[in-house]
Design a protein around this ligand. Structure first.
Ligand code: FAD
Ligand code: NAP
Length: 341
């Protein structure tokens, strides 16, 4: 366990805006976590800091989750892998691919830790972590006792879970168990970018290779697309998508479509439709916008960026201006996906 005082958290988050905590405690085991929670029951939890935007002064202690470890249980058709919360997400997915374990390859190259993945039920290219999630173990803040929560109990939804609502700030996740497939695998390549990337590179394949894409083909394609399209947080501070994609009623969508015939849409069911927030922001004129400190990424309008020395408030101010203009133009309120501290 490591305890540091008056720490600037900028290097611990991908937005890299400054924010001082009176106390940063790095824990490497459940015992250290319980001990720290007993002393600082209101401390906030930090994983890889890739979904957090800090304001200038964080008035509370922060516990950084750094516990590592992997356990594997194999059966004929699948493997159950239990990962400690501080394991790096992308390294973990990469390790699954090296072992030919399938299911989460579409979630390659997402920054952050395993322990944070269930919080917003991370997803990309039509796959969410919930499709392989079995259970998690957590320490309850009140009782300081371990509990197990199963997939059905997590209330996983689109970029959402019970940990953002009823159980918000009531527990700290210490490990997660995923069930991965053994070959033969089925792969998901329905997203246009992914399908195009895979077909653009399939002619490069060795002719002796099967034409059916492998989980490694998907993993590699996702990495190539993301490297091209998204800003690397090591070069430009950001936290991925700043806003959630709004899901609106069919009635509201029909009205929108009558005004903007080219609006992209993805029906969720008979009653609701997902509209890409990036399109709404782009059509409101913000794509590529830059002020002195903050901006909107030129290749992906959903990503707000720190242009060098932004404060958290610069990013929040920009996000409020974007929300207002999208609301004025389309009558849709964008909600932040990023956790603002
Ligand atoms: P943090 O940012 O450290 O924390 C996020 C929240 O979870 C905070 O509220 C924190 O208190 C809480 N938390 C963290 N760990 C624990 C724990 N062990 N127990 C309890 N609470 C905890 N997300 C997607 O869904 N899909 C994507 O494709 C995607 N792409 C991204 C691309 C980029 C370039 C970036 C920067 C971000 C992207 N994200 C994406 C967002 C982010 O990577 C995920 O939300 C990730 O799961 C956050 O993990 P973290 O460890 O960094 O969490
Ligand atoms: P994209 O492929 O250009 O698609 C734009 C939007 O349309 C996405 O938000 C996506 O919704 C939706 N979409 C596209 N094809 C779809 C389909 N076949 N069915 C349903 N919805 C569809 O998106 P992108 O920005 O390049 O990102 C690619 C993937 O990585 C997306 O899944 C995105 O969510 C994920 N990603 C997430 C973050 C984050 O921080 N949360 C950051 C970067 C990328 P969904 O977002 O619902 O998939």
């Amino acid at each position: 366990m490591k305890t540091e005082r008056e720490v600037d958290l900028a290097p611990y988050t991908t937005f890299r805006v400054h924010g001082f905590t009176p106390l940063l405690i790095t824990v490497e085991s459940e015992e250290e976590l319980i001990h720290t929670l007993r002393e600082y029951p209101n401390a906030r939890i930090l994983g890889g800091g890739s979904n957090i935007l800090m304001t200038d002064h964080v008035e509370f202690p922060v516990i950084r989750i750094a516990m590592k470890g992997r356990e594997v249980e194999t059966s004929d058709n699948h493997v159950d892998v239990t990962l400690k919360a501080g394991e790096n997400w992308h390294e973990t997915v990469s390790w699954f691919i090296d072992n030919d374990w399938g299911g989460l390859e579409n979630l390659a190259y997402i920054p952050g830790t395993v322990g944070a993945a269930p919080i917003q039920n991370i997803g990309a290219y039509g796959v969410e972590q919930k499709s392989c999630f079995v259970r998690l173990r957590a320490i309850e803040r009140d009782s300081l006792q371990p509990i197990t929560i199963t997939n059905e109990q997590c209330g996983f939804e689109y970029r959402n879970s019970i940990f953002k609502h009823e159980l918000s700030n009531t527990l700290v996740i210490t490990s997660v168990t995923y069930r991965l497939s053994k070959p033969p695998h089925s792969v998901h390549t329905s997203y246009k970018d992914l399908a195009e990337e895979m077909s653009a590179t399939s002619h490069l394949d060795d002719t002796t290779k099967s034409s059916v894409p492998t989980i490694r083909d998907v993993f590699d394609a996702v990495i190539r697309i993301r490297r091209r399209k998204l800003p690397d947080p090591r070069e430009i501070g950001n936290a991925g998508s700043f806003f959630k994609n709004p899901v609106i009623s069919m009635e509201q969508f029909r009205q929108l479509q009558s005004d903007y015939a080219d609006v992209p849409s993805y029906p969720q069911n008979n009653e609701t439709v997902k509209v890409p927030a990036a399109w709404l922001i782009d059509r409101s004129g913000w794509k590529g916008f830059k002020d002195a400190h903050a901006g909107v990424h030129e290749k992906q309008a959903l990503v707000l960026v720190n242009l060098g020395d932004a404060h958290g408030s610069d990013i929040v101010n920009l996000s409020n201006k974007i929300r207002k203009s999208v609301s004025d133009k389309f009558g849709i309120t964008l909600e932040p996906e990023v956790n603002i501290w």
